[in-house]
Design a protein around this ligand. Sequence first.
Ligand code: NDP
Ligand code: GDP
Length: 348
Amino acid sequence: MAQRTALITGITGQDAAYLAKFLLEKDYRVVGTYRRTASSNLWRLEEMGVLDRVELIPMDLLEMTNVVRVIQKVRPSEVYNLGAQSFVGVSFEQAVYTSQVNAIGVCYLLEAVRALDGAARFYQASTSEMFGKVREEPQNEDTPFYPRSPYAVAKVYAHYMTVNYREAHGLHASCGILFNHESPLRGREFVTRKITASLAKIAHGQQDVLELGNLEAKRDWGYAADYVRGMWMMLQHPHGDDYVLATGESHSVREFVDKAAECAGFRLAWEGEAVSARGIDRASGKTIVRVNPDFFRPAEVESLRGDASKARRVLGWQPEVTFEQLVEIMMRADMDRAARGRLLHLRF
Ligand code: NDP
Ligand code: GDP
């Protein structure tokens, strides 16, 4: 069989690094698009040991002519659209920009794939944030959407646009409605990585306290490596379709903190409620976790839990890493980075 070419947008991101490694191991030619910026941010590909094997090509989802030319030049057999303004918190302040990248940018890409010859298989990174103020529990492919942030609203547009190109133009296009998935390569503004990096710095005397927002928010957290395997499985199926990928378990931010603290060698006692809640290290009596209302969201997604039974039934996908293992993997990586002084530049 001829070598397959995968085009991954957002190659500098978490999922792209795991997906690139996964596809290279399957002997794909992997082309990744990056935004030209003043400073290089290819550290994730470097950490995965694949930087020299991924072909890099500059592309911004905001520039349609650029998107079209990249698709025409690369002529991919599979397109994984992972590029996005992916942080919910920022989307409240950059609603227009987030909409342009996460919604209209996807339309550019779908048009470019359709114009080429429509033969490339297309993956759209949809998200559990689309369920937002949830209508039922757990959430599956039939659960109505109720987005609660500009990020999620834009993703709903992109989701339905992808469905429409499948139904109207016959594209092999699939949406993965992925619940939160994390790893040591997660961006530091997301709560899981903020917790593990901060606790590692605190354990090494490089930071005093970890400040968080809503401790009671609950998420269905899985491991990124499991989820990129699911993306690929969707594109191997004879027909495009939409699938939820999730673990089916939900934990609060506070539970994540407790488990991570334990891995970092702390035992926390909690005092106070709501904005006065504090996590105290039992050994030293010091407050190492506290709430800062600046990190609350204008509209919150309180609780998410996914039902991935369709992906299990149709694709044979299931996650392998548990919540406890995920926290351990992330905490171990950040303890190691802190010990080598590699987190000193991070501010939270
Ligand atoms: P990251 O934030 O780690 O990566 C996002 C990527 O998108 C980065 O490479 C970023 O480039 C790129 N990007 C941002 N703006 C543009 C633009 N205008 N044009 C081209 N590329 C751009 O996200 P993840 O890897 O965690 O997530 C991958 C995708 O999956 C995203 O679409 C995200 O919204 C979605 N998703 C993620 C979930 C998760 O839990 N991780 C859950 C559900 C969906 P740069 O480095 O230059 O900023
Ligand atoms: P999201 O699900 O894509 O928004 O992923 P995040 O990791 O950014 O946030 C997950 C949940 O953690 C949300 O409900 C946030 O409100 C909550 N949270 C609590 N404190 C913080 C914080 O300090 N930073 C972030 N990013 N989220 C926090």
